[in-house]
Design a protein around this ligand. Structure first.
Ligand code: ZN
Length: 119
């Protein structure tokens, strides 16, 4: 059985992070939150852009952000906002949820918090 992960926060998902899927952890909706137009870059702080390793003027050249870029931006924003668990209707959030758990979760998608916060 294949495992699915959120492309942004690395949460284990019951199904693929595909159109319309909203991640309970980072709260992002696939094909909606990650469909980012240049004018929507305002939603990201300079710190988010910096954490993601992007320069705004470079990204403004795109008609819409490539999905990998969008995921990286949303991941940076989520990390900079403290890796908060967004929706817990299904009681999926581990009791000991915090930065350490977030780090473990991000390792599911080979991402390292330190790559974002130590820039
Ligand atoms: Zn997520």
């Amino acid at each position: 059985m294949s495992r699915y992960f959120c492309s942004i926060c690395g949460k284990v998902l019951l199904e693929e992070f595909a159109i319309g899927y909203i991640c309970a952890c980072c709260g992002n909706e696939s094909c909606v939150s990650d469909d980012i137009l240049p004018e929507e870059l305002e939603k990201f702080t300079n710190q988010d852009l910096n954490s993601a390793g992007y320069v705004k003027s470079d990204l403004e050249k795109y008609d819409r952000m490539p999905v990998e870029v969008a995921h990286r931006l949303l991941r940076a924003k989520w990390i900079n906002s403290g890796c908060k668990w967004k929706f817990n209707d299904e009681n999926e959030m581990p009791n000991d949820w915090g930065l350490e758990k977030a780090k473990q979760q991000l390792s599911n998608i080979d991402e390292d918090v330190d790559d974002y916060i130590n820039r």
